[in-house]
Design a protein around this ligand. Sequence first.
Ligand SMILES: [Zn+2]
Length: 383
Amino acid sequence: MQTENKQNQKKTRRNQEALPILMLILLSSLLVLAIVIGIYYKVQPNMTASADTKENYAEKNESEEILRVVTKAPTKAPTAIPEPTTTKAPSPTEAPTPTETPSPTVTPTEAVTPSPTPTKAPSPTATPEPTEAEIPSPTATPEPTEAATPTPTATPTPTVAPEPTEVPTPTPVKDFTADPEKPMVAFTFDDGPYTPVTGRILDVLKEYDSHATFFIVGNRISSYTDTLKRIYEEGHQVASHTWSHKNLKELDATGILEQINKTEKKLNQYVPVGSVMLRPPYGATNATVRATVPVPMIHWSVDSLDWQSRNTDAIIEQVLKDVSDGDIILMHDLYDTTAAAVEYLVPELVERGYQLVTVEEMFAVRGQELTAGKVYYQAIPKR
Ligand SMILES: [Zn+2]
């Protein structure tokens, strides 16, 4: 019995010794539980607050929410990546809402806009003033317009171009290189072109870098177009000797103009010479001719009499005995004897220091103006 009691006492002692340990374990467990719960509530309240905040925003301030959602959308997007399905679902729902919301927003805006419009209504009242203010401006504008109008009026004057289209193209406004301080003469050839003779004359002129003036008979142009073009292209002056070599003193104004205009028109079909100078056949002019002819008339101061002598030496002698600075030399590119005489005279005159130029160039470099309807025999000599 004693042994049993001893054993029981031992058990009791053991139980008494184990009790505090159990209590300690129990308290520790409670403490741990309390900490866990505490942590749970610390985290949970934040989540709850977030949800509430969202709901509040959604319910109370949809407009602001929309703005914020839109603004924050990108920011949330990455965060929502784990719960894309859920997050996006509400988004679409909200999306339509915003769409409608902005509309009303716009409506009020428009409502406001009309207000400003009425505000402008009073403006109209003010508009009359600005209108008046503007009216004076336009009034000032018309003045400049008038100022400008006169200018254009001057422009139409150049419209005289239409005439130029037929006549004026002084295209020959070439680069005249003659030295006005040195002697010069102008060879002139009538009654051509006639290629066998004209060609030889062109050859020698070209060889000595010289130029001449060709008074062409209109009705010959079609037969010698190539030579006409060569005359023009090699820098010589193309002029008129009437259409059919008529004595202009025997024609009235209409007949005179017909002789001139028909020739110019034909010339310009092949070379762009515009209006050209005229040599009246036989040097025949009268008051009617001078009053009618719309271009300068060019006579001569040295007559080679080539048509009469038909002798090369005679032609050469005739020219050399009279030639001097400013002379206009009369010849006809119809005779072989004339061509031969020119082939001698060109180098001879160049040797003597003469510049062989066109009528146009001689008067131009000497500063002597040529007037329509007037007759010229020669350029005023230097000295
Ligand atoms: Zn003639």
